[in-house]
Design a protein around this ligand. Structure first.
Ligand code: PLP
Length: 377
């Protein structure tokens, strides 16, 4: 890993060393099952409670509003299907946007197959969903609105508080996929006034395979995972104690340094954009001005994103693309399509996502390498 410049932090992040240290005892010595009543289970049970409290404080929630999951995909599936299936026939309309993560889109299309009615709302060129559009599509039978807090490809941050004012008036549940946002931008669920939020530890320097849902007190969810009485009977299965402990340590650390990290990442993303402009390559910058720290999505004219990332890979630079090559043809991602990037640019979309582990010089090397690859293509 020493010679690699890893700039794909929106895909996953490196585990924080303190999180790793905090996890170790729960794998090696204090490995008891927290549900048992004997003394050996006391330490893991306390760790579970402490982690829940830490996580609740990080997002302005109450202790008993946090439920642990196996990550973003499970949390999102649960929030969407669990809301829809509770009192199944009461309200059957669901609203989401056209540029959500596939965990949201595919949960919604599953519900469509079993009889729910779903609208996938359009977003504008910067990636914003307008309040007027939401008002226009909202119906008396809209049970759920699921809009991501921050987009994973272009980093646009939505005005969730503005949306919650609208959904409350309609008695619709508001869920947000906050997988890219938690630990990276300040979040206060009470201020946002949302009902459900899903998060994933591996996006904020926690371990993979663990996450949490915020479930506002009084919000009713159908349980998708049946079994024992863990998590107050809402989500069965022996808890991933080590993962949960690591997640809490990583989130607390990130939240304590959220502003410092934002400034650091902003300096570096600005440097990359400035250097790319100076190198005279023809590209469009995707997303809004105010976006997730560290994320840059650009679409370069007459290029193939897939080819650029492979050439960067050969130089030891890891970034990702906004288009995917399958069976010999390059497909533009649904996010880049949704914001209407012209096709001659869209094919050449790449995403750089810097993280706190990136070094001072990384931005310069990334920008120089992209410029030289594009000029030689
Ligand atoms: N939602 C968004 C916006 C994501 O970026 C991701 C992961 O890439 C997910 C959901 C899925 O999360 P997980 O990998 O924890 O299942």
């Amino acid at each position: 890993m020493t010679n690699i410049i890893y700039a794909d932090n929106a895909a996953t992040t490196c585990l924080d060393p303190d999180a790793y240290e905090a996890m170790k005892p729960f794998l090696l010595s204090d490995f008891g099952n927290p549900s048992n009543t004997y003394s050996f289970s006391r330490a893991p049970r306390k760790a579970l409670n402490d982690a829940r409290q830490i996580i609740a404080e990080c997002i302005g929630a109450n202790y008993d509003e946090i439920v642990f999951t196996s990550g973003g995909t499970e949390g999102i599936n649960w929030a969407i299907k669990g809301t829809a299936l509770k009192n199944k026939f009461k309200k059957t309309h669901i609203i989401t946007s056209s540029f959500e993560h596939h965990a949201v889109l595919n949960s919604c299309s599953f519900l469509e197959k079993i009889g729910f009615d779903v609208n996938y709302l359009p977003i504008d060129q910067k990636g914003y969903l307008s309040k007027d559009t939401l008002r226009e599509y909202l119906r008396p039978d809209t049970k759920l609105v699921s809009i991501m807090l921050a987009n994973n490809e272009i980093g646009t941050i939505q005005d969730l508080r503005g949306f919650s004012e609208i959904t409350k008036n309609n008695q619709s549940i508001l869920h947000t996929d906050a997988v890219q946002a938690v630990g990276h931008i300040p979040i206060d669920v009470k201020y946002l006034d949302i009902d459900l939020l899903s998060a994933s530890a591996h996006k904020f320097n926690g371990p993979k395979g663990v996450g949490f849902n915020y479930i506002k007190k009084g919000t009713e969810l159908f349980s998708l995972i049946s079994g024992g009485k863990q998590e107050k009977g809402l989500r069965a299965g022996t808890e991933n104690i080590a993962g949960i402990v690591g997640m809490a340590v990583a989130l607390k650390k990130n939240c304590e340094k959220i502003n410092k990290n934002r400034i650091y990442l902003h300096q570096h993303t600005k440097k990359i954009i400035t250097m790319l402009h100076e190198s005279d390559i023809d590209f469009l910058e995707n997303g809004s001005e105010e976006r997730l720290p560290g994320i840059i999505s650009i679409s370069i004219k007459d290029q193939e994103g897939e080819s650029i990332i492979h050439q960067l890979d050969l130089k030891g630079i890891i970034i990702s693309t906004g288009s995917a090559c399958s069976s010999g043809t390059t497909e533009i991602s649904h996010v880049i399509k949704a914001i209407g990037t012209p096709v001659e640019y869209a094919m050449g979309t790449i995403r750089i996502s810097l993280g706190v582990n990136n070094k001072e010089n990384d931005a310069k090397i990334i920008a120089q390498s992209i410029a030289s690859i594009v000029k030689n293509n």
